[in-house]
Design a protein. Structure first.
Length: 369
């Protein structure tokens, strides 16, 4: 068992990583129950695959759960399901001092976190992430949100969880494509500021995706340590350090928008292709070498992730992709900050990128297929 602290003063909390933790959930979560009861929010697929383990693990200590099971999928991060969830939590008479458990991927974590941030002006929540993406990224750091008609994650709050419990064995029921998509966020930490970790990914990524438990445990710990340090330094993305976590997201967001935020391109897959594009654009701008950009693409390709517009199944033109970027919530004063790189492990926030250069670059990329 490994414990990684997130140091945020009064909002500090621990991330516990323990193989098989769900089967021993009482040891980790019983303290959050009130009157022997814990409210657990999850989705259909996770309920079928993992809820029973959590239920038995808590029953060992006489804790019962009140499950709230929502539909699986990005559509659940919506006003409709936020309202339904809040009504259900109110009907269950959840109190401000209670802890709501989010058992699932980034969709459940983001929705439950946001619901907890506004229920009775704020109550507690605990993250029990069950996708690789949620275990290495979204369960840590307190960004919560739903989507709205105007775009993704545009309505939300910073609200830190009280505790994060990561059981890597939950990944055994996760579809392989979802594992690979989450792995893109692992690679991201190497590309941001840890070239040795990117090298580790090049060597161990294929085994990790195939199910190697040692590789998964190492990557999860390494990733949450990196994220915890960044969040402790810049909780609300004001100094620019936390913004580094958005590497690949501006291009990726445009690709996701083009493909309709659908199963055609999962979020992590969009991030993968977005990171490859960010490196190739950096090379085109003379910021990093073409060799570094090629190395990033080669690794993503080696693990079966999208790494260009063709493999991301993009249909729109360069100008349509740039138009999607203009709706990004990071737009400030008519400028869109981009995460670019001077090399592997040397990502930086560029605030003066000319969108005409981005458009010309995407035209070139588009012409290649
Ligand atoms: P997800 O939550 O939709 O999970 C993917 C699919 O896997 C779902 O169908 C789910 O039911 C299923 N699933 C989850 N765990 C399973 C398991 N152990 N076994 C079997 N099936 C399982 O998707 P995700 O990739 O985890 O999260 C994506 C979301 O996360 C996006 O909405 C994105 O915006 C958000 N996100 C948030 C942050 C943040 O900092 N808050 C960071 C990155 C991404
Ligand atoms: N996933 C980006 C962030 O947490 O800041």
């Amino acid at each position: 068992m490994t414990t990684v602290p997130v140091t945020l003063g009064a909002r500090s909390y621990d991330i516990v990583i323990a193989e098989g933790a769900l089967d021993e959930a009482a040891a980790h979560l019983a303290r959050f129950a009130r009157g022997g009861r814990l409210v657990v929010v999850t989705d259909d697929d996770v309920a079928a695959a993992q809820l029973g383990r959590l239920e038995s693990g808590l029953a060992a200590d006489g804790v019962s759960i009140e499950p709230i099971v929502l539909p699986s999928g990005e559509g659940t991060k919506s006003w409709t399901f936020l309202e339904a969830l809040l009504d259900r939590l109110l009907a269950l008479e959840v109190e401000r001092s209670d802890h709501i458990v989010a058992l699932g991927g980034g969709v459940i974590g983001d929705l439950v976190g946001f619901a907890a941030s506004i229920l009775k002006r704020g109550c507690h929540f605990v993250q029990v992430p069950t996708t690789l993406l949620a275990q290495v990224d979204s369960s840590v750091g307190g960004k919560t949100a739903i989507n709205s008609a105007a775009g993704k994650n545009l309505v939300g709050a910073f609200h830190q969880p009280a505790f994060v419990l990561i059981d890597p064995s939950t990944l055994e029921t996760l579809p392989a494509r979802e594992v690979a998509a989450g792995y893109a966020e692992v690679v991201k930490y190497g590309l941001i500021d840890d070239p040795a970790f990117f090298e580790w990914c090049e060597t161990n990524g294929p085994a990790l995706i195939a199910g190697d438990r040692t590789a998964r445990a190492y990557a999860i710990e390494k990733s949450v340590r990196a994220k915890a340090a960044i969040v402790a330094d810049d909780e609300r993305e004001t100094s620019g350090r936390r913004a580094l976590l958005n590497l690949g997201h501006t291009f990726g967001h445009a690709l996701e928008a083009d493909t309709g935020f659908s199963d055609t391109l999962l979020h992590g897959e969009g991030v993968a292709a977005g990171m490859a594009l960010a490196f190739r654009f950096s090379a085109r701008q003379g910021l990093c070498t073409a060799e570094d950009a090629a190395r990033v693409s080669a690794h993503l390709q080696a693990v079966g992730l999208p790494h260009d517009l063709a493999t991301a199944h993009v249909r729109g033109s360069a100008s349509e992709l740039v138009a999607h970027m203009l709706h990004d919530k990071k737009m400030a004063g008519g400028k869109l900050p981009f995460l670019l790189a001077r090399g592997i492990g040397q990502t930086f926030l560029a605030k003066d990128v000319d969108l005409a250069d981005v458009s010309a670059f995407l035209e070139e990329e588009r012409a290649e297929y």
